[in-house]
Design a protein around this ligand. Sequence first.
Ligand SMILES: Nc1ncnc2c1ncn2[C@@H]1O[C@H](COP(=O)(O)OP(=O)(O)OP(=O)(O)O)[C@@H](O)[C@H]1O
Length: 775
Amino acid sequence: MASPTRPSAESARSSDHRADQTLIDREIAVEQAHLDTVYRRLGEKLAEAEFLLDDAIRKSHAGTPGALAERDAQAYQAGRHLQRLTNEFEDFLFGRIDLQQPDRPEEDGFPSQTPLDPADPNIAETLHVGRLGVLDAEYGPLVIDWRAPAAAPFYRATPRQPGRVVRRRVIRSRGRKVLGVEDDLLRPDLEARLSGEPLAVVGDGALMATLGRARSHSMRDIVSSIQQEQDEVIRAQAAGATLVTGGPGTGKTAVALHRAAYLLYHDRRRYAGGILVVSPTPLLVSYTEGVLPALGEEGQVAIRAIGGLLDGEEADRYDTPETARVKGSSRMLPLLRRVARAALDGPDTPAELRVVAQGEVLKLDTHALRDLRRSVLGGNTPVNLLRPRARRMLLDALWTRLLRGRPTPVDRYEREEQQRQREAFDEYVADEDVFLDFLEAWWPALTPRRALAVLADQRRLGGLARGSFSRAELRGLTDSWKHLDRQGRGGVSVADVALLDELNTQLGEPYRPRVREVDPMDLLTGLDEVTTYGDRQRRDQDQRAASAAERRDYAHVIVDEAQDLTPMQWRMVGRRARNATWTIVGDPAQSSWIDPAEAQAAMDETLAGKPRRRFTLTTNYRNPAEIADVASRILAQAAPGTEPPVAVRSTGVEPRFAAVADEDALGGAARAEVARLLAEVEGTVGIVVPMDRREEARSWIAGLGERAVALGSLEAKGLEYDATVVADPSGIAGESEAGLRVLYVALTRATQRLTVLSGPLDLPDSAGVPALLHG
Ligand SMILES: Nc1ncnc2c1ncn2[C@@H]1O[C@H](COP(=O)(O)OP(=O)(O)OP(=O)(O)O)[C@@H](O)[C@H]1O
């Protein structure tokens, strides 16, 4: 924690402060006493909340509407409070700082960091930091919320710039029991004293202990060990856009999630408007989902995979790299605009309209209908919103047919009479089944999927594409959609979802006649006042679920793995962020998008005019140095000139290289290697293969248990495992023009062990090292 590069090494600690076991026990006892006080206080708060709840329930017998409303409100508040306290009861006190005497007023919103007298050895103030603030009965702070300005020095102080912090302590506890403490002494030059006694310093620093822990299938929060450079991102101003780059394992995802929690703490009112976290895959969504609840934040933050951003879609297919490239490109835009209008035409489109009115047969033929449609479609109004206009123009055209050969009205009386006839005509015709059926078929309510399905027809796609795609590109597109039925039903790819979202905008919500939603009688009886607390909570939950599903405009948008967003995806995300501030984290060297320059331009367009602040994270907390070294050989080829982040720890275990002479032996060797690693590490083992081998790889590891996972290269984004097997590395590198960058991602997933498993096509040397890694 002490410095961005090698925290524990740089954490100055003096050998005369090394603690023996008695000292450790004594310090644990000190923290245990504080934790006991905190739990006593929490117990009181819980009792208070329970009392309020009981009281509210008692009042429910009072019967008057006023008492009922009061009961309801009280029970609601008490229930929420109770829930919050019990949720966060576990392990919420994790840090402590001992500070020199305070000094000047606040600077930049943070308490002053400069002591009046830097040589004063006395500890003047001790603060405990936790997931939630707790005050004692006199409103003194027992625990400070980690997001409060007063907690910032816990994360910011370094031996070089200690400010007022003399000692920083990380407290490990389970339930109500303190298990250990780890200290960093930031002022070894002082003979610091606390209440007249020398200040004790114990442990080896918390960060290393945390990093060495086994990984599960859920990401853990890093609240007790956030590093200085990370804290600066988390607490950066919200306005405009915060852009964060950094290599693999530098904590970009972790920082982005903690930033969401920080923003909610800092300005809950504003961010209760919703924070959207856009993640590259559903796997990463489920991996990260638990972090925010652990930080005490739920409900306000929606984590969605880029393939599930449009409500109702949950894409799980991947296109071939060539087709994904076409679908992601902004070249799709004009095509989609055209198809949104052309989709009105299909095999069921009626060729003529024929109605009988006032004893006459009125007809509109193909030509008339085509002209009519063209004039309705003039302008940019979304097609579905034009249906009322189409209806009106059809009636106009029929009326004109009816008037043919009739004398023109000459005076006001005749004109008024004709107007009356017209109204009667409209009412009659518009209600006729023939007319209604015609309208339904001629101007159908279009869904994005139905429009997309039009493009599956090679002939129509060719016509609409107007020469802006090559033959091979067009073939790739139609192939990818050929399984869709006419309504567009069938699996769609991750890239398709951005196209569907674009079409959704182009088409607009289908026209629906207005329905009366609220029965005025309900408003009069006031019956909805008499709801129980349970009803209210259920209704709240339903509303929250509905608003999470329907929300289109967020207060803050966080994009994880931003380097992979295609131009069409930037547009999709941008539509949900019209009034939002942004945090964008990514690493260009890990980009699987073939044309990063085009994606960059799309991002610039999305952020147009927003002020930007940039941060770079430089320390790799995931990979041991031995693994990072191997990965950097690929980095040099994938993104020449890019500095790899500095690995913060080493395990002393070199990555293993293994090769099979026969391609058919790869599966067996992979299985054996995964099994070996499962025995070697406590947590998870991931095997990463080229995308088109992922099903095969799943069968290789079948039956090895839940700790083992098989992933296609693109699915490995953002994830990490105790041990990783990267099989068929040249297969991964050869998948697309971005293949080397994808291989770099695969090689940087492991926290402890890495095996690179090669087949004959990888051209391994006698030590099993594939040709690609000979750099
Ligand atoms: N300050 C920290 N304290 C403890 N663990 C940390 C810290 N920062 C990062 N980590 C851990 O390092 C690992 C990598 O973090 P994270 O996944 O956020 O990195 P990333 O930059 O998003 O990586 P990638 O670009 O490969 O997706 C995680 O296990 C995370 O918990």
